[in-house]
Design a protein around this ligand. Structure first.
Ligand code: C5P
Length: 228
């Protein structure tokens, strides 16, 4: 019997079931190519390169077969399932396919250029004992809170921008989703916090930006071309 702790099994969930209406394309957002490689494929590649041993992709229901074909060389380590109505539904459905995981990552397909070192950083923090870990960046713009019909400046240094992948002890993420009920959450860390699990931060990276608007696609294309 080895006295070294066994390496924890890391499974990544890539949520890719959004429609991406804000980009105004025919295909779902995650299927859009960036420098010839679909966003969802890039996101999967980043998870595997960063230390996940396999990936569960939540795809739009009518697109599961198409998405499976997009996995190319990674297909044997990826399972594509149908996602749900909300992001949190997609995560919950994917959780059923994470049996055996010690650590679960949840990553937005809409963040296809996240560097593998950020993925590794998140995994390491969970491995070192943090039950819920998020990559963050400082808030660079000034911020204002909306009041009834005016706005009030707030101290931006007290805010952080939250990226993905977020990393969790598998048991914690399952419990958070099992007890979340009807309440809507924008991410899984918030859901964990709702059951009093402390959330730990690690430095994110600018390349983990979320592709939301047409300009973000232009930026991603330029960056990806520069790298290839
Ligand atoms: O809409 P937004 O950009 O915030 O979505 C974040 C991520 O969640 C995207 O990668 C999107 O594909 C995914 N999502 C999902 N299922 C939904 C809604 C969004 O997997 N029902």
């Amino acid at each position: 019997v080895s006295h070294q702790a066994a390496k924890p099994a890391v499974v990544a969930i890539v949520v890719a079931a959004g429609s991406g209406v804000r980009l105004g394309r025919e295909v779902p957002k995650a299927a859009i190519e960036i420098a010839g490689v679909p966003m969802v494929t890039r996101a999967v590649q980043a998870m595997l390169a960063g230390g996940a041993s396999r990936v569960v992709v939540a795809a739009p229901e009518a697109w599961t077969e198409k998405f499976a074909h997009l996995m190319g060389p990674y297909a044997d380590r990826v399972q594509v399932i149908a996602g749900g109505l909300l992001r949190q539904d997609s995560v919950r459905l994917a959780l059923d396919y994470t049996t055996g995981a010690d650590i679960i990552l949840v990553h937005d397909a809409a963040r296809p250029l996240v560097p593998p070192f950020v993925v590794d950083r998140v995994i390491e923090a969970v491995r070192d004992g943090s039950p819920a870990v998020i990559p963050v960046l400082p808030q660079v713009d000034s911020l204002r809170r909306i009041r009834r019909n005016w706005t009030v400046a707030v101290d931006r240094s007290t805010f952080l921008r939250v990226q993905t992948p977020q990393g969790f002890e598998a048991e914690v993420l399952r419990r958070a989703h099992a007890t979340s009920g009807d309440k809507e959450y924008t991410d899984d860390a918030t859901m964990c916090e709702a059951i009093d699990v402390p959330v730990t931060t690690v430095p994110g990276d600018g390349l983990g930006f979320k592709i939301t608007e047409p300009m973000d696609l232009v930026l991603a294309e330029v960056i990806a071309r520069g790298e290839s």
